[in-house]
Design a protein around this ligand. Structure first.
Ligand SMILES: Cc1cc2nc3c(=O)[nH]c(=O)nc-3n(C[C@H](O)[C@H](O)[C@H](O)COP(=O)(O)O)c2cc1C
Length: 336
């Protein structure tokens, strides 16, 4: 059986099922939604530029806020200058985060153009300098998230992860795709397995873990210490809990449509409470909630479109409520 937890210095990560950082998605409200459902051993903020953080940029500070009871939590930073990354990491420590996570995986042009994110995988010496500088600047554990390499011909994650460990990184998460793969590519988790063989720190596996079978396959194929879930959690925020259930030897939590309604409508209310304007709240909700409506359910596509066209929170709430009640009726009549 796969492990159920892992240790990062003094912190036990339990369960060993993690929510991946996702820009524009995993803000404090989405993370709270996943935490309330359960099964999540560690949350990470969406990435923020170390420069903005170190300069005290208000908007950046907003992006890394976390709930008082959100523990353990990592704040993820990106950048290419070791001294600025170190400065950003100090702010992360002052803000009270459990870990500072260094992004070496982002494929976006905006980030890579300045040699941050996955571009660092092409400049391993610089990547290692960053880890060293950040490690020297803070007492909290430093973790790293990377892809398997910059392109399929250069899958250097095992070597780079090992070098990060030697510089004091306390855990590493590896997404099996390369930067060139973006979000496609042929599944190859061997670099994760190789990193796990070489490293003594925890290795977390990431990429296309969307349900219990794909999580178990990832554990079996890589020997990883934990799995990290991104897009799968947008489609099904219960997936972490279902995986954690199975790791603990329990039957995976079954989610009925009325429970979905309760959680999704609660999420919408939470957005309203937190956002400055109704428009802002609705925008954030639409960005995430469009994934909630499972296209395998007849009519889900149309509901998603109606949600995207909705003008007010009340309207979106009514559409979601109506939809889940309809699904509950369908389930009842199938069971009858
Ligand atoms: C919308 C979106 C935003 C993302 N933002 C970040 C980010 O801020 N930091 C990061 O390290 N990875 C980011 N990622 C990558 C994810 O953390 C994860 O590595 C990737 O989606 C693969 O995992 P998955 O197949 O479970 O989604 C993002 C992915 C998506 C889809």
């Amino acid at each position: 059986m796969p492990p159920v937890s892992y240790q990062v210095e003094d912190h036990r990560i339990f369960p060993n099922v993690l929510l991946a950082p996702m820009e524009g998605v995993t803000d404090v409200i989405f993370r709270r939604l996943v935490r309330q459902i359960g099964g999540c051993g560690l949350t990470t903020t969406e990435f923020v530029p170390s420069l903005g953080l170190s300069r005290g940029d208000k908007q950046i500070r907003q992006m890394v806020r976390f709930d008082a009871d959100e523990r353990p939590v990592a704040i993820q930073i990106f950048g290419r200058h070791p001294a600025i990354m170190a400065e950003g990491a100090r702010v992360v420590e002052d803000l009270g985060a459990t870990f500072v996570d260094i992004n070496m995986g982002c494929p976006s042009k905006k980030v890579c153009a300045h040699s941050g994110g996955s571009a660092l995988m092409r400049e391993p010496d610089l990547a290692v300098d960053i880890v060293r500088a950040v490690r020297a600047a803070v007492r909290i554990p430093v973790t790293v998230k990377m892809r398997s390499g910059f392109d399929p011909a250069h899958k250097n994650a095992p070597e780079l992860a090992w070098r990060c460990q030697e510089e004091g990184a306390a855990a590493v998460a590896i997404h099996w795709r390369t930067r060139e793969d973006h979000y496609s590519g042929v599944r190859d988790v061997r670099p994760i397995a190789e990193a796990k063989d070489r490293l003594s720190i925890p290795v977390i596996a990431n990429g296309d873990v969307v349900d219990v079978p794909s999580a178990l396959a990832m554990f079996a194929e890589t020997g990883c210490d934990g799995v990290m879930i991104g897009r799968g959690a947008m489609k099904n925020p219960w997936v972490l809990r279902q995986i954690a259930d199975v790791l603990a030897g329990r039957t995976p939590t079954r989610v009925d449509p009325l429970e979905k309604k309760r959680v999704i409508v609660g999420f919408l209310d939470d957005q309203r409470l937190r956002a400055h304007t109704e428009r802002g709240a609705l925008g954030r909700f639409k960005g995430v909630a469009k994934h909630f409506f499972d296209s395998r359910d007849t009519g889900a596509r149309e509901v998603r479109m109606r949600i995207l066209r909705s003008q007010t929170i009340e309207e979106a709430k009514d559409i979601a409520t109506e939809w889940y009640e309809e699904l509950a009726r369908r389930e009842k009549s199938t069971a009858a």
